[in-house]
Design a protein around this ligand. Structure first.
Ligand SMILES: Cc1cc2nc3c(=O)[nH]c(=O)nc-3n(C[C@H](O)[C@H](O)[C@H](O)COP(=O)(O)OP(=O)(O)OC[C@H]3O[C@@H](n4cnc5c(N)ncnc54)[C@H](O)[C@@H]3O)c2cc1C
Length: 409
């Protein structure tokens, strides 16, 4: 501490899942970090947002804080069945005997983001890492020696490096002069969490329903997680999402799609228009600031690449900073940070393209896509591969970015 300035090797803006993962990943490499968070400690982060946590993310979290990955596995749910319907008729269904695989860490788990974040908070406490609440980053100045940050409460913070994990509206991104480039989805989506009912009669299956009659012909995705269901309704272009997401209308949707018993169990509803954008650079000109997670890229959630790729960013940012802190020449410091940008920008491009493919398939407004879906549905009874294509396509391609990475995304 010098005067009103606090010093820390690494500053992190934002205590979302990415900022918290970055702090844990640095701690695992023996580096202290200071987290600056705009919100107050008693903030409400309701709504589940990310529920699909990929096995590679669980392995990363387990590696950087032993017990964190397995806690999420214990808390999460691995649904065994994937099923797809087309205008009321089943076109694909597959149940796996061992859906998560046989290791300690399954291929995926379904757990609400609020729960993931609660476990990350516990992990930070165990590691002795504090979050500085109500410390909104307002300005960022970097030079070849480090970074100075000013927070809204008038405090100044000096660090060798800064990880900007302050989400989609990132101040850090703006302060380093980076800009988001990309598109916005035209359709709106309504996302709701519905609490499970006693002796829940629904099968534990992920169901996608194209043109679901119970939702007036809109696409519907239903995914179970521990304690409830994620309901995702794709609005038509001329829908008024505010009207459709009103309490009364949502109650009707839930009743018609899931059954009368669930109608009063709505926990949380939100409407989204998804952006598909990434920053034109993930680092500042002096190679001291690294953007990670939604500060660097915003993806449509189909394929669940948002938080999963953000955790991979966090781990790789920590790895680059660890190498840069040990470096004895400025050129190596620059190299390590530039390598981070090269890898994670490439990963973001790949993830954007993958989420974009899913979005285009779902939107389905061009005649070729419409015809392909209808043809596949009519062939699904005879050719499983046609039904499987319909089942798979809403999540985009399965592949991982063409880079050597600790995570799959
Ligand atoms: C409906 C929906 C479903 C999704 N489903 C999935 C899924 O299944 N799987 C998946 O991987 N992803 C999914 N995502 C994406 C996932 O929720 C995000 O990628 C994830 O929350 C991003 O984390 P983050 O830490 O980068 O940003 P955030 O969660 O936005 O956290 C940023 C933090 O920074 C703080 N902050 C903001 N400005 C400042 C500032 N100036 N100074 C200090 N702090 C600041 C904020 O208060 C916040 O705490 C979904 C998203 C949505 C909306």
């Amino acid at each position: 501490m010098s005067g009103d300035t606090t010093e820390s090797p690494v500053l992190i803006a934002g205590a979302g899942p990415v900022g918290m993962s970055a702090a844990l990943a640095l701690n695992a490499r023996g580096i202290d970090a200071t987290i600056l968070e705009a919100d107050p400690e008693d903030r409400d982060r309701s709504g589940s947002r990310a529920i699909y946590v990929h096995g590679s993310t669980l392995r990363t979290l387990e590696r950087i804080h032993p017990g964190l990955g397995t806690d999420l596995v214990d808390e999460g749910l691995v649904w065994p069945t994937r099923r797809t319907l087309f205008r009321g008729t089943e076109v694909f269904s597959r149940t796996y005997d061992s859906p998560g695989g046989t290791g300690d860490i399954p291929h995926f788990t379904s757990v609400p983001q609020v729960v993931t974040e609660a476990y990350m908070h516990d992990a930070l406490a165990e590691a002795g890492i504090d979050i500085h609440w109500e410390a909104e980053v307002e300005t960022v100045e970097s030079d070849t020696d480090g970074v100075r940050v000013e927070t809204a409460d008038g405090r100044e913070w000096d660090g060798e490096f800064l990880i900007g994990a302050d989400g989609g509206g990132s101040t850090v991104r703006k302060e380093i002069g980076a800009n988001f480039e990309g598109d916005q989805s035209e359709n709106s989506y309504i996302i709701a969490d519905v609490e499970e009912v006693e002796d829940d009669p629904r099968e534990l299956e992920r169901v996608f329903h194209y043109d679901a009659p119970a939702a007036g012909g809109r696409n519907v995705l239903l995914v179970p997680f521990t304690g409830g269901w994620r309901l995702d309704i794709q609005c038509f272009l001329d829908d008024d999402p505010d009207e459709l997401s009103s309490d009364e209308r949502m109650r009707e949707f839930v009743r018609d799609i899931m059954g009368e018993r669930y109608a009063d169990n709505l926990e949380w509803t939100s409407t989204y228009q998804f952006l598909q954008v990434m920053a034109d650079t993930f680092i500042d000109e002096h190679r001291r600031v690294l953007l990670a997670g939604e500060a660097a890229h915003l993806l449509a959630p189909f394929g669940a690449r948002g938080m999963n790729s953000g955790v991979a960013d966090a781990d790789e940012a920590a790895s680059a900073i660890a190498a840069a802190i040990d470096a004895t020449t400025d050129a190596v410091v620059r190299d390590e940070v530039e390598l981070y940008a090269a890898r994670r920008e490439r990963a973001a491009e790949f993830n954007l393209d993958a989420a974009g493919q899913a979005l285009r398939h779902l939107r389905g407004d061009d005649p070729v896509t419409v015809l392909r879906k209808e043809a596949a549905a009519s062939l699904a009874d005879h050719f499983e591969v046609a039904g499987e294509w319909l089942d798979d396509a809403p999540y985009g391609p399965h592949g991982s970015p063409p880079i050597v990475s600790t995570g799959n995304y």
